[in-house]
Design a protein around this ligand. Structure first.
Ligand SMILES: Nc1ncnc2c1ncn2[C@@H]1O[C@H](COP(=O)(O)OP(=O)(O)OP(=O)(O)O)[C@@H](O)[C@H]1O
Ligand SMILES: [Mg+2]
Length: 264
């Protein structure tokens, strides 16, 4: 349903060109969860931003196609892209404050998104916003909807952001390291919630992380990115048991050392 073909993105400065993404290809099937894993700086966020067409100067998409619903997103006019971004393809970030407005109550923000995309009146949009907050298990949702982002804990803000991202019923959700800033217990809760809403809304999910442990717990397929290129791709089980590339082996060894430290 989403196919990225030979995507290339570079960042241009006066004296150098950084090839952040170099001929990357992958597919995301409807209703499945694809992990993108790689070290810091390998190009993961750049891939996500390219899919959303959010690459800003000095960055530029230099080649490739992003086929969604039979159309190349890179060919769409910005006006048409607005009907896709945040509506059919939604994104959540590591820092909820990038997508939540600090001076507007949570309920208002979600209701506004719903009003915009689904054309509901104020009252119905508010009710739908409260239902979204309930769907992500925010307790006393009707009351909490009147609170501002800073009145929520990190994990709760992350839940609110998921509610916001899902409020326009997207087909694809891109999550760019949404749990990195959270402690392990809350991290696990967010992953569980994402799994739940993925099934409930039959979402396709692209989950970006440098943490192979999360990939293992959450994804069916994975692509491993090394310096802007696909080092390896395939079902997670297969990569875990028989990693082919030395880079994947290194990432997995790091995971093993971490878990041995935690258990020993
Ligand atoms: N706005 C920018 N200007 C110049 N270079 C950039 C810009 N954004 C990213 N880069 C470069 O592009 C490469 C890929 O960056 P990107 O943020 O996509 O990596 P990442 O895998 O998401 O890393 P992290 O795990 O730290 O989030 C890096 O070399 C980075 O320095
Ligand atoms: Mg990143």
């Amino acid at each position: 349903m989403l196919e990225v073909k030979n995507l290339s993105v570079s960042y241009f400065s006066d004296d150098q060109v950084i090839k952040a993404v170099d001929a990357v290809s992958f597919k995301v099937e409807t209703g499945s969860i694809l992990g993108i894993v790689g070290e810091s700086g390998s190009g993961k966020s750049t891939i996500a931003q390219a899919i959303m067409r959010l690459i800003a100067p000095p960055g530029k998409i230099t080649g490739g196609e992003i086929i969604f619903d039979g159309q190349d997103l890179l060919e769409l006019a910005e006006k048409e892209m607005i009907g896709v971004r945040g509506a059919r393809i939604s994104m959540i970030f590591q820092d909820p404050f990038t997508s939540l407005n600090p001076v507007i109550t949570l309920g208002e923000q979600i209701a506004e998104a719903i009003r915009l995309h689904q054309g509901l009146n104020n009252q119905d949009a508010w009710a739908a916003a409260v239902r979204m907050l309930e769907a992500v298990h925010i307790k006393q949702a009707a009351k909490r909807a009147r609170d501002y982002p800073h009145q929520f804990s990190g994990g709760m803000r992350q839940r609110a952001m998921i509610a916001m991202a899902l409020s326009c019923r997207p087909e694809i959700l891109i999550a760019d390291e949404p749990t990195t800033a959270l402690d392990a217990t809350i991290q696990a809760e967010i992953i569980r919630l994402l799994k739940e809403v993925q099934a409930e809304f039959n979402l396709s999910v692209i989950y970006i992380t440098h943490n192979f442990g999360i990939i293992k717990a959450f994804c069916r397929d994975v692509i491993v990115i090394e310096k802007g290129r696909v080092a390896e791709a395939g079902p997670v089980d297969q990569l875990l048991t028989r990693p082919q590339s030395p880079y994947t082996q290194r990432l997995l060894n790091a995971l093993k050392i971490l878990s041995e430290r935690n258990h020993g």
